[in-house]
Design a protein around this ligand. Structure first.
Ligand code: TYD
Length: 204
């Protein structure tokens, strides 16, 4: 089973995934989790380029291709083999992030991106995608107050982050059989408990 977590910056995905992985492991499931961009040696090098605040000249198409390059690597090197071995694979961001940020956010053509994503992922789709939904202003404030690194992507103007959120909501409403939405504007324990219930429901 392949689960992805999506959401605006500062929605707490990373922390929630750690808690969730511990919980599922205790329940006896074989769990593997990772994040994007990155998750492989090559992907981590690509991540450094993407997140570097000095790279202010990066063109949105360059950005898109770099995210896709990192993704192609993690799919073949890590995700497919882990799924084959029977792991539940949980990924902090996946192809929907590209549609949300580079598509809805930057305005790249969505259909072109879908074709590109199909190529990058060799058609591998998540079984379940959870959106941790949050007002981007809240998320970015959390970030600034010390919740994780402040990177080149965070530094995009608020308008872009608002379009990203709307994009996520639109994708979730178009494909309700794959997407679930949890409000991230709640205490960590509440979000975690909703997440656990939802995933146990799905697994059963
Ligand atoms: P990261 O620090 O991992 O942020 P978060 O904890 O919010 O996931 O940085 C990832 C950033 O890259 C985040 O701003 C979203 C962005 N991103 C894209 O724009 N496109 C993508 O395809 C992916 C995977 C991430």
């Amino acid at each position: 089973m392949f689960i992805t977590l999506e959401g605006p910056d500062g929605s707490g995905k990373t922390q929630q995934i750690h808690l969730l992985a511990d919980f599922l492991t205790e329940k006896g499931y074989k769990v593997f989790f990772s994040r994007e961009p990155g998750g492989t040696e090559i992907g981590d090098q690509i991540r450094t380029i993407l997140m570097d605040l000095k790279n202010t000249k990066m063109n949105p198409r360059t950005e898109t291709l770099l995210f896709c390059a990192s993704r192609a690597q993690i799919v073949e090197e890590v995700i497919k083999p882990k799924l084959k071995k029977g792991y539940i694979v949980i990924l902090d961001r996946y192809a929907d992030s590209t549609l949300a940020y580079q598509g809805y956010g930057h305005g790249n053509d969505l259909q072109t991106l879908r074709t590109l994503l199909d190529f990058a992922t060799a058609g591998l789709k998540p079984d379940l995608t959870i959106l941790l939904d949050l007002d981007p202003e809240l998320g970015l404030n959390r970030r600034k107050k010390g919740g994780g690194e402040w990177n080149r992507m965070d530094a995009y103007r608020l308008e872009l982050h608002k379009r990203v959120r709307e994009g996520y909501r639109e994708m979730a409403s178009r494909e309700p059989q794959r997407w679930r939405i949890i409000s991230a504007d709640q205490p960590i324990e509440v979000v975690q408990s909703e997440l656990r219930n939802l995933i146990l429901d799905y697994l059963e």
